[in-house]
Design a protein around this ligand. Structure first.
Ligand code: SAM
Length: 236
């Protein structure tokens, strides 16, 4: 078994916050699906050739999830821009560093999301450390410290919120309401919101309250991970 997660428990406002992340996490298979379906989704969203597909990732932690998504898109030659946010400056700082990891484990991780082994070429091994290739991946990613509940987020065709909403889940939690509400404001009409945390009725209700409904295509076989933003011109 490969060590998939890093644990860097830290504290914010006196409260412990969990910053666990990993490459191609087993509980984040919705992102493998997103990557595999990317060309079709982009076509349906009518993304103009003049601009990249814009993804906004909430709660990116130390960036392992972000690099995994980037590698899966880059290997397909998809033009993309990821804006990745986390509230914790300590983990955002880690996105600039190398990871105590190796390509053997990463190869297993890539398989988990159904990504081709060639994605390994986007990473460089130096001793016991792994470093994403800055030229190939990093130019398309912007990491920043931001509070997903209230800070302005980059406009997005896709918002990713994995292993985050349940962190702020308490019945009728203001954090949950604010985070989803704020994310909805940065989504383009017809945009896609994906989360692996929609097991709770309150999360579903909060999504619907922000014009986010189960995506009609993904909904059939991957419910409840994908939601479509439907206020103006829903996708067919
Ligand atoms: C369990 S980690 C998830 C990391 C990554 N999405 C993944 O699945 O591997 C949760 C992250 O949420 C971040 N977080 C908590 N509250 C936040 C907020 N209000 N805005 C942005 N990030 C937040 C924490 O700092 C932590 O890094």
């Amino acid at each position: 078994m490969s060590p998939t997660f890093s644990r860097n428990e830290t504290y914010l406002d006196g409260q412990e916050i969990h910053t666990v992340s990993g490459f191609c996490r087993s509980d984040s298979l919705n992102l493998g699906t997103l990557i595999a379906q990317a060309p079709r989704i982009m076509e349906e969203q009518k993304i103009p050739a003049s601009r990249p597909w814009r993804l906004t990732e909430l709660a990116c932690s130390d960036g392992r999830e972000t690099w995994s998504i980037a590698a899966g898109l880059a290997i397909q030659g998809i033009p993309f821009q990821i804006s990745a946010y986390d509230i914790n400056p300590i983990v955002v700082n880690c996105t600039r560093r190398r990871y105590d990891y190796n390509k053997t484990y990463l190869a297993e991780d890539l398989q988990r999301w159904g990504l081709p082994a060639e994605c390994l070429d986007f990473f460089e091994q130096g001793g016991k450390y792994l470093k994403p290739n800055a030229k190939l991946l990093k130019q398309n990613i912007r990491f920043a410290v931001a509070d997903a509940r209230r800070d302005a987020l980059a406009p997005a065709d896709v918002v990713i919120a994995n292993n985050f909403l349940k962190e702020c889940y308490v019945e009728n939690s203001p954090s949950l309401l604010q985070s989803i509400g704020n994310a909805a404001t940065c989504l383009e009409p017809g945009g896609l919101f994906t989360t692996n945390d929609a097991h709770y009725a309150s999360i579903e209700q909060t999504l619907a309250g922000n014009d986010l409904y189960p995506d009609p295509i993904f909904g059939r076989y991957n419910y409840p991970h994908f939601y479509q933003y439907q206020p103006v011109s829903p996708l067919q």
